[in-house]
Design a protein around this ligand. Structure first.
Ligand code: AMP
Ligand code: MG
Length: 322
């Protein structure tokens, strides 16, 4: 049974689990989060596996304070004001990633922006202080089921997929954080939560509104789905590499490529056919190949089982140029 009550000892244990790439059920003031080291792509891949998500959503990164956030994202004036009023607390800010930001590309699903928040729950704060890592943490439940507000909910939903659940009673807010996008020209609420449009308008001194989704951009619960798409076109289930294409391989890459095929046009998601490793590499490798300026990327077939379904979902969208 991975549920343990909070003490300095169990927080230390949780920090060690996070440092070694494991998953921790973390109490926050909103809901229980399923936390992993956000710098470690393989650890982040475990989050998607445990939740059984059929696609990769960008995750919220939890940090101790605004100074820690400043290591990963560009803190604009509006962000400073919002943070001053609402951090620590149930407000997530979408901000531009800093150049060279070390957060895993999988955690932000390849986007140039990052969702970041400073939780106020004392146990989350203590855990962040102890592990000294940024933590990616979506709600700690199976995809499609209700968000967990007690340790028992986490255990019922995820069982032994989570290495340790820090039990700290029921969550105060019991509702996901408000998501405020500050990466564009004007602030927009992507997901409603305990911090309201009125609160944000008063603090920022401008009228803050909810995102008006356009008809072809489907909304997830209260949230516009934005996706990273490579500039190059993507050809899936490739069994060869055509002239001028880059190759994203999976497993033994048996393709004979004629002539000079530069190394920067070839990547392997996982030579050992490990889907978990492939997920961790997916966005970073697509971006690397895209950077080489090729017009197309040929991607070998990826099995559909487990986290492979989420990888294929992303590749199919890229292939359709959504
Ligand atoms: P969860 O982690 O399950 O609480 O959900 C996080 C929410 O924030 C989801 O609705 C995401 O789609 C959204 N989100 C996270 N990162 C970004 C981003 N970079 N841009 C826009 N929305 C984001
Ligand atoms: Mg959720």
């Amino acid at each position: 049974m991975p549920i343990k009550s909070v003490s300095s000892e169990t927080i230390g244990e949780a920090a060690e689990i996070l440092k070694s790439g494991g998953l921790v059920g973390m109490p926050t003031e909103t809901v229980y989060g399923l936390a992993a080291n956000a710098l470690d792509g393989a650890a982040v891949a475990k989050i998607f596996e445990a939740k059984g998500r059929p696609s990769f959503n960008p995750l919220i990164i939890h940090v101790r304070d605004i100074e820690s956030a400043g290591a990963y994202v560009e803190i604009t004036e509006a962000a400073r004001v919002a943070a001053h009023h609402f951090w620590p607390g149930p407000l997530t800010l979408i901000l531009q990633r800093k150049a060279g930001c070390p957060i895993s590309e999988l955690a932000s699903a390849g986007l140039d922006t990052l969702a970041i928040r400073v939780p106020s729950h004392p146990v989350a704060q203590e855990l962040l202080k102890t592990c000294k890592l940024p933590l990616a943490a979506p709600s700690a439940n199976k995809s499609g089921s209700l968000s967990p507000t007690t340790p028992a909910h986490v255990h019922d939903s995820l069982g032994d997929k989570v290495d340790l659940i820090l039990a700290a009673g029921a969550c105060d807010v019991g509702l996901e954080s408000t998501v405020l996008d500050l990466s564009g020209d004007k602030p927009v609420i992507l997901r409603p939560g305990a911090v309201t449009a009125e609160d944000l308008s008063a603090a920022l001194g401008v009228s803050v509104e909810y995102e008006q989704g356009d008809s072809d951009a489907p909304k997830s619960p209260g949230m516009l789905l934005k996706h990273y798409a490579p500039n190059a076109s993507v050809r899936i289930n490739a069994i060869d590499v055509k002239e001028g294409e880059a190759l994203l391989a999976f497993g033994a890459d048996k393709f004979m490529v004629a002539g000079d095929f530069p190394g920067d046009m070839r990547r392997n998601l996982s030579k050992g056919q490990d889907l978990h490793e492939a997920a961790a590499n997916l966005f970073a490798m697509l971006k690397e190949l895209d950077k080489s300026g090729v017009s197309a990327i040929a991607v070998m077939a990826i099995p559909e089982n487990g986290i492979g379904a989420a990888i294929n979902d992303r590749l199919k969208r890229a292939a359709q140029k959504d």
